[in-house]
Design a protein around this ligand. Structure first.
Ligand SMILES: Nc1ncnc2c1ncn2[C@@H]1O[C@H](COP(=O)(O)OP(=O)(O)OP(=O)(O)O)[C@@H](O)[C@H]1O
Length: 254
């Protein structure tokens, strides 16, 4: 079953095809199934962030529609969309976006607090996620007293706490060294395998993308091609590199 459907998304910045306008997305259609782990890759300026922002309701398309869990997000009012995003979508950012005045535990609980969930449910959920991501020992610490990798695992836990229909990640390994990147990508693998979570991420990092099951390549605002993992991660990494060489553009992180 498709959890996310995007049909013919067009995004023009700076007015409709007028002088000085930029067509960032030019008829993108995409379908993501429940339990899929998908990366979007492409050269700088190809429209990846614009696409992620539109799929996650942060930005509106100029035309086209997006539905998530069978709900049309392009037709929602501001309040409906804010509530939908809080309840159905999880976000992980390159900068972690943790609140320094809250402990790791409080940061993870925050979306449940906003939903006024019972305290016992919050405690159970935090312990479950902390165990899954091996951050039990950091729960009472503050974000500035833990490593970058632990901060990112806290941020992934927070994005999962309300059991979102889909999780979006924008360059989740962008601020991490290779060891922490591997740990975070293994966490994503784990939640996809064990919790049947759906994850859609944007990355320049070939190593990170090689953990996904599918990579969608975007160029000049259009879907160029996509590949699905068949063999092991190393073989997939080589195929991703071959595709990026054909796409051209900026140098990718390996
Ligand atoms: N707010 C904006 N106003 C005008 N043009 C924009 C805006 N945001 C993005 N663009 C343009 O839209 C195009 C796509 O940008 P986008 O940021 O989506 O690309 P990207 O693939 O994420 O790039 P990068 O890999 O460098 O982050 C680019 O030409 C960019 O200059």
């Amino acid at each position: 079953m498709a959890i996310l459907e995007a049909n013919n998304i067009v995004k023009v910045y700076g007015g409709y095809s007028g002088e000085g306008s930029t067509t960032a997305l030019d008829g993108v259609s995409l379908s993501v199934k429940e339990g899929e782990f998908v990366a979007i890759m492409g050269p700088s300026g190809s429209g990846k962030t614009t696409l992620l922002n539109i799929l996650s309701g942060i930005d509106q398309p100029t035309s086209g529609d997006v539905s998530i869990a069978s709900q049309e997000i392009s037709e929602m009012s501001g309040n409906e969309l804010a509530l939908f995003r809080r309840r159905q979508l999880g976000f992980v950012f390159q900068e972690f976006n943790l609140l320094d005045s809250l402990t790791v535990k409080e940061n993870i609980m925050l979306p449940m607090v906003l939903e006024k969930k019972p305290a016992t449910d919050m405690e159970t959920k935090v312990q479950e996620l902390a165990q899954l991501f091996e951050i039990q020992a950091t729960l009472e610490k503050y974000p500035y007293n833990i490593s970058g990798g632990q901060q990112q695992r806290t941020s992934v836990s927070r994005a999962l706490v309300n059991d979102p229909a889909i999780k979006f990640a924008d360059e989740p390994t962008g601020n991490l060294d290779s060891k922490a990147s591997a740990i975070i990508m293994e966490c994503f693998e784990k939640i996809v395998a064990e919790l049947n979570t759906t994850v859609l991420l944007v990355t320049h990092d070939v190593f990170a993308a090689s953990y996904c099951q599918k990579v969608v390549f975007i160029k000049d605002g259009k879907i160029h091609s996509s590949i699905v993992k068949k063999g092991n991660r190393k073989e997939f990494l080589d195929r991703i590199m071959d595709h990026l060489a054909v796409l051209g553009g900026r140098t990718y992180d390996i």
